[in-house]
Design a protein around this ligand. Sequence first.
Ligand code: WTA
Length: 629
Amino acid sequence: MLRINNLEEYHRAYERSVQDPEGFWADIASSFRWQRPWDQVVDWNFTEPNIKWFDGAQLNITENCLDRHLANHGEKTAIIWEPNNPDEEVRRLTYRQLHEQVCQFSNVLKKNGARKGDRICIYLPMVPEAVIAMLACARIGAIHSVVFAGFSAQSLSDRIQDSECCMVITSDGAFRGNKELPIKEIVDQALEVCPSVKTVILLERTGSNVRLVAGRDKLWKDEMEKVDANCPAEIMNSEDMLFILYTSGSTGKPKGVVHTCGGYMVYTAYSFQNVFQPKSDDIYWCTADVGWITGHSYIVYGPLLSGATNVLFEGIPTWPDAGRFWQTIDKHRVSIFYTAPTAIRSLEAAGLDFVTPYLLDSLRILGTVGEPINEEAWHWYHQHIGKGKCPIVDTWWQTETGGILISPLAGITPLKPSYATLPLPGVQPLLVDADGKEITGNGVEGNLCIRYPWPSIIRTTYGDHERCRINYFATYAGRYFTGDGCKRDEQGYYRITGRVDDVMNVSGHRIGTAEVEDAINQHPDIVESAVVGYPHTIKGQGIYAYVICTNELADNDLLREEIKAVVSRVIGPIAKPDKIQIVRGLPKTRSGKIMRRILRKVAEGDVDNLGDTSTLLDPTVVEEIKKGA
Ligand code: WTA
């Protein structure tokens, strides 16, 4: 594995990755266990798009995550599980134990009819079994589709239907702070409309009473008893699908981003090791959920491929109190800590009294992901958590990129607060203007694109390749378009400024404005709605909904509560609007297009700078909206 040790090596590696990308990636890939070498390092075009990495090679990613470590590091801890309740016992799994559990559960999947290429939905809380289930799918060549266990029954069934999953792996309930979520009930409701699902494997986590459907539902523990732990890994082609992960776009329903085995393996391990610079005795903790890409790449695959010791946390940052993260860092002597800016801002707001009781002296490296980090939060994190001595890696990437593309390398790249700084070797960013013309030079701003593929780039959107082409490869011919705006400063450092499309980033979660509008419109009293993001001090962005009702309603507050409930039910609580303004009309152009620019300005509170409103069909609508804001 290529390990960059200083800035000079970084620049040299970068240069080589541009001059000789195939040689560069072949060298990195050669440190993995392959059953058969590749015929070609990369074969690609961004027009169809058609992208293949290490084609012809055969492998199984779990042999690289598990089997490969057994000879020398079998007794090393792979997972330290910190339960929701700090008084409950911690669970530890060595690489050998994890390997055994994965093999055994792989046999459970096979015994229940799962085969290579089948899609399996995982809807679980943050317990070791979530990791075991993912790896077991990968071991038998089934394609996992993990759905965040905070999504509603409808979101879950949409995702199961889209990829026709044959099985769901879930639990009775989930603990989240002082709440208990009825996971199994949500699954039962979702499965009413999912005929493709023949089997449900149920992990008992909360011990709550659940209904078992005869012939369909089986208990994890019973099934495990029926099989042994001998399961040779299925041989996969490099370009076989590894997983599908649904994410929001600017239009329509969430789409299933597809990642494949070989390239994803190479890139997640490469980026994990270079960005975080782990040492063999580091204790690494990423606070994401396995339901998001950060959990896939930097809880499961990247760290396990690298033989790291990984903390898996079931709880939430604010329970039993806002010191939980810091307490847990001391408890497990965490040395590398990776979280989201929104968590940092909310814990900063809770006050230093929750931080000062803890030493935090084990920390060496800090990271952030998911949204732009503001300078203020960056400094608080640096000073109060890192005690001024830990580098912060501000990692920019996306579900579609599979791994971190722009980030400092810890301890190597000189930092600049709120800047993701420089691309990893192998990543070629460029900025373009609205017409797609490249903006060269430094001290500039534009839309962020990537010129050349990297091994973990999205291959397709499940079942709809055209959507993948249109979303990412058609806006600017020959480029991968990220949907993000970006600055490049005088020294060539990148700063991501946020989405330039109709995707919001709320507490680090991607939510499409159209999805929320569709959910709101399911309320019987709503005629039409328009949703925009607005700056929110803790969440990064909040959700602002403008709604038109069928007629004058007596109780607007009740309506607002009902709208929030509808959105919770249709999507999940993370998509609930923060502000709802009832309006009589929406600002539309003569061709009927909603002018979101105006709605965003009003939501931001910037009502005096609405710009040109002369193309509006009815300018009085704007005056009314301004007054009601
Ligand atoms: C945003 C999360 C600024 C960005 C890994 C991107 C960021 C979207 C950063 C992807 C960062 C992610 N600085 N913005 N360090 N990291 N983003 O797919 O807008 O959930 O397009 O992947 O989050 O969100 P996703």
